[in-house]
Design a protein around this ligand. Structure first.
Ligand SMILES: *[C@@H]1O[C@H](CO)[C@@H](O)[C@H](O)[C@H]1NC(C)=O
Ligand SMILES: *[C@@H]1O[C@H](CO)[C@@H](O)[C@H](O)[C@H]1NC(C)=O
Ligand SMILES: *[C@@H]1O[C@H](CO)[C@@H](O)[C@H](O)[C@H]1NC(C)=O
Length: 274
């Protein structure tokens, strides 16, 4: 009910302020899995450009990477630019022409007739425009038309519709849409299989715990290493001591020399005066 009311409300707002409308991402009731890695589905501009009398008008859709500072879509004479996906480096340098279609007729959609899949596809095609849909035109050297080439993954874009009348000039335009980001391959929140998904707080706690575990492991490894090194040095001391004793015990001569040397040493030690 709330959804229905808000849909009605925003529909009304759209009608009241036609020139201030932004292109909208396709309603989730119509299409799921949007955006994908390389495509974004938008709602076509229904009842957006006031004059439905303009029967021979076309709508051009322009797209631009949010990184581009150039947002120009018409020349000084209001003639729409013919910039392509290739020439603008996929919208990174300037807006490119994504698609063009006839001005959609402003009347209520006929969803009752959506009986089979083909009809549903037709209806979706009638109400939605899918950016990034053509996977062949970019690599087709003979194709010079508008190329609706796949978008880059994890990249943010803005879109704008312009109305072009029979003289080939822009007669009206929407605002640029809010930025819409294609999915990224490493989108953790989407491939996470944890039931109920992890909240930000849980992720923080998990990171702190893993850091603590890391320090514990380092401390443990350090303790093990220290004790091993301590053992080996005391082993070495014991071995030297034992070998000295056995040498003294086995070799009389050697101990004699030792004793002699100690006697000699005594001789040179200055005796304290009595
Ligand atoms: C774009 O192409 C059309 C048709 O080829 C042409 O009439 C128009 O002048 C071109 N626009 C610009 C800005 O050059
Ligand atoms: C896709 O590109 C091919 C050229 O490679 C072109 O012939 C075809 O019309 C395009 N499809 C659409 C739906 O624009
Ligand atoms: C087409 O649009 C241009 C620019 O807004 C305007 O000057 C011209 O009168 C329009 N022509 C028609 C036939 O509506």
């Amino acid at each position: 009910m709330t959804l229905l009311l808000s849909l009605l409300f925003f529909g009304l707002v759209d009608r009241l302020y036609t020139a201030q409308v932004k292109p909208q991402i396709a309603n989730r009731l119509l299409i799921t899995n949007n955006p994908t890695l390389t495509t974004i589905a938008l709602e076509k501009p229904f009842c957006v450009f006031g004059s439905d009398s303009c029967s021979s008008c076309d709508v051009y859709l322009y797209g631009v990477d949010v990184a581009s500072s150039n947002l120009v879509v018409v020349d000084d004479n209001s003639v729409p630019l013919n910039s392509t996906f290739q020439k603008t480096n996929g919208g990174r340098l300037a807006p490119y022409k994504v698609a063009s279609f006839g001005l959609p007729n402003c009347k209520s959609p006929a969803f009752d007739s959506a009986q089979d899949l083909a009809q549903i596809a037709n209806i979706l095609d009638k109400y939605l425009v899918r950016i990034g849909d053509n996977v062949t035109c970019l690599t087709d050297p003979n194709y010079l038309g508008i190329c609706n080439s796949p978008l880059s993954e994890g990249t943010s874009y803005r879109f704008r519709y312009i109305l072009v009348n029979s003289t080939g000039k822009m007669a009206d335009q929407t605002l640029w849409s809010d930025s819409i980001t294609t999915r990224a391959v490493k989108d953790m929140s989407r491939i996470d299989t944890w039931p109920g998904r992890r909240s930000g707080g849980m992720i923080v706690i998990a990171s702190i715990l893993s850091v603590l575990v890391f320090f514990l492991l380092v401390a443990f490894a350090a303790a093990v290493l220290t004790s091993m090194m301590g053992e080996s040095t005391s082993d070495a001391n014991t071995a030297t001591y034992e070998s000295r004793i056995s040498q003294q015990a086995s070799s009389e001569t050697y101990s004699g020399v030792l004793r002699g040397s100690s006697l000699e040493r005594e001789r040179y030690v200055p005796k304290p005066q009595a």
